[in-house]
Design a protein. Structure first.
Lengths: 268, 327
């Protein structure tokens, strides 16, 4: 019975959030467009690594490089989390109060909003991918079903890590009113260590080894490698992702229980 | 058995202190200072099921903080609190199923979607099936006189329509305990009256307990036979509105319409002259001298009309806080 109710809540939350996101479709299209950093990086690295079809200094051929950055773009589009900003605003404006007074953990609402936003983003991403293929027809590839499914699982797990990490930071706004500033601190290591700016192979071995101890390479580089069909340079990545989720999930729960005691329902 | 039982309930907030100007900003940056503010101080009261109780008090008196503690939003700093058999701050699902908090300044409806979408979410969250949710929405919509507004985006609704839709969203799970913080704030007189009628109706129909704060005394006088007067976080008065009026004002107001106008000195012998407007006069007369004075007025003067009333409660409470009678 509880399972049926959970499914019903999920269905209703997702459909209403999707309807809400469609109201902001133009904004979401712009957000999708603003995520073209991997394409810029592709253009840059292509200049540096103009080695044609054979593997160059990056260890990737031009085709592999193009597919990697396109995959990185797709992965980024479906792993973006913005819970810290939404939560912070709701907490500071007192809007969180209503969610706290309903028998549903408020973070489920934010999760459903993210998933609905991803669904809204999907056609815009498809258009951008189509444009990319139009401009670089030789990069067109179709991953096998197994490849696509494992990549999908990796993308979903990457999103879970990002969402939980941001949720943990968002909850800190029960202590500090500007938790989003803390998120900014994480953005730089995310940008460089996730593989968004360059494939991880570019970094010196020590930096790469360090990066693998952080959750960042699993947020972009690993799912992008899976999706692009490039040679895999990760080992035990799914286990590492599961480990990060297993670590972050109780941390979020712990922070929530401690933080919510400090909530003063400001502005309400 | 009381549905709300608060004993020595207290809440202290830490509030940052900052002086104005650049110097103050720099000092605040390096040596952050804060002070403790006692929003609620050892408040004790109990409320029986089905009662409608008004919280009165000036801004910052602690009314809203008390409601936030009763609803479980804010953890008390001290004292004990039982609401509907639960400790509110634990916010367990069975407790949340029984209560609702309506804040006149905050909305829960999704801004860009019609209210019906928000109702669907609430119905799912509170475990109502589709047919039951529809039945309740129709019933409450009828009570609130809401119709096609429910299919318009919330942002397109007037303030009054939005407030009514907020009430519907807040009451869909049919809570037995309503915490209402300024539910008529900003509404025009007609909309206020409709909300009041609805709340009285809801209370009668479902036996719900209602705790209400409002700056509109008409809300309190129309709905709440009992009031709690809070001042600086402490309970100043708990009882009926009539008894409060008597306590605050030892006088009653006598409105007279005279056949011919009279100057104030000629009327001063009967009581304190509150106002003279041509042939209309308002006198304040001590309660224990009322009968005799009215008889004298009717005997001595040519009176066309006479009415005895209590002074407006707003004025009394306003005077009370202005004069600092409460201490």
């Amino acid at each position: 019975m509880k399972g049926i109710q959970a499914i019903r809540i999920a269905r209703v939350l997702l459909s209403s959030q999707y309807a809400y996101m469609l109201e902001y479709r133009a904004e979401i299209a712009l957000w999708a467009l603003s995520g073209v950093v991997p394409f810029i990086m592709l253009a840059l690295w292509s200049q540096v690594d103009a080695s044609g079809g054979s593997p160059g200094t990056l260890g990737l051929s031009r085709l592999q490089l193009g597919r990697y950055f396109l995959s990185a773009f797709i992965v980024r589009q479906f792993t973006i989390a913005w819970v810290v900003w939404a939560f912070e605003e709701d907490a500071l404006q007192g809007r969180l109060s209503h969610a706290l007074l309903q028998p549903l953990h408020p973070l489920w609402r934010y999760l459903s909003a993210h998933l609905a936003e991803q669904a809204t983003r999907l056609p815009f991403v498809a258009v951008l991918v189509g444009l990319f293929f139009l401009l670089q027809p030789d990069t067109v590839w179709l991953p096998s079903l197994a490849q696509a499914l494992t990549a999908l699982l990796a993308i979903w797990m990457a999103f879970a890590i990002n969402f939980l990490l941001q949720s943990a930071i968002a909850i800190l706004c029960f202590w500090s009113e500007r938790a989003s500033a803390l998120e900014r601190l994480l953005y730089i290591p995310y940008l460089f260590l996730s593989g968004l700016m360059a494939p991880l192979e570019v970094f010196p071995p020590a930096v790469r080894a360090f990066a693998l101890w952080t959750p960042f390479p699993y947020m972009i580089a690993f799912p992008a490698q899976l999706l692009s069909g490039n040679p895999l340079t990760f080992s035990g990545a799914f286990a590492a992702m599961a480990g990060w989720i297993a670590l972050l999930l109780p941390l979020v729960g712990l922070l929530w229980r401690a933080g919510v005691r400090r909530y003063s329902a400001m502005g309400a | 058995m009381p549905i709300v039982c608060a004993e020595r309930l207290s809440k202290t907030y830490r509030v940052a202190q900052k002086q104005p100007g650049l110097g103050g900003t720099l000092r605040h940056f390096f040596w952050r200072r804060s002070r403790a503010v006692e929003a609620v101080r050892e408040l004790s009261f109990s409320i029986e099921p089905g009662e409608m109780v008004g919280f009165l008090g000036a801004n910052g008196a602690g009314k809203t903080t008390t409601l936030k503690m009763l609803s479980g939003l804010v953890h008390p700093s001290g004292g004990s609190l039982q609401v509907a058999g639960h400790r509110p701050q634990r916010r367990q699902a069975p407790f949340l199923q029984k209560i609702t908090l309506v804040m006149g300044q905050k909305q829960q409806l999704i801004w860009d979607l019609p209210p019906l979408d928000s109702f669907r979410v609430n119905a799912a969250v509170y475990g109502l099936d589709d047919s039951e949710a529809k039945r309740r929405i129709n019933e409450l919509a009828e009570m609130l006189e809401l119709g096609e507004e429910l299919t318009r985006p919330v942002r397109k609704l007037s303030l009054g329509e939005r407030m009514k839709a907020e009430l519907l969203a807040a009451l869909l799970h049919r809570p037995s305990l309503l915490f209402l913080d300024e539910p008529t704030l900003g509404l025009d007189v007609n909309a206020q009256a409709r909300v009041r009628t609805f709340l009285a109706d809801y209370n009668r129909r479902y036996g719900a307990t209602v705790l209400l704060t409002s700056h509109y005394m008409a809300d309190i006088t129309a709905l709440c036979p009992r009031v709690l007067l809070i001042h600086q976080g402490s309970l100043f008065y708990d009882g009926s509105l009539e008894a409060l009026t008597q306590r605050l004002s030892p006088c009653r107001m006598v409105r007279l319409e005279l056949k011919t106008p009279l100057p104030a000195p000629a009327l001063a012998a009967y009581g304190q002259v509150e106002a003279i407007n041509g042939r209309e006069v308002r006198l304040l007369i001590e309660r224990n001298q009322l009968t005799g004075t009215v008889a004298r007025l009717l005997g001595d003067l040519e009176v066309l009309d006479l009415e005895v009333a209590d002074p407006p409660i707003e004025d009394l409470i306003g005077q009370l806080f202005q004069k600092g009678v409460v201490s």
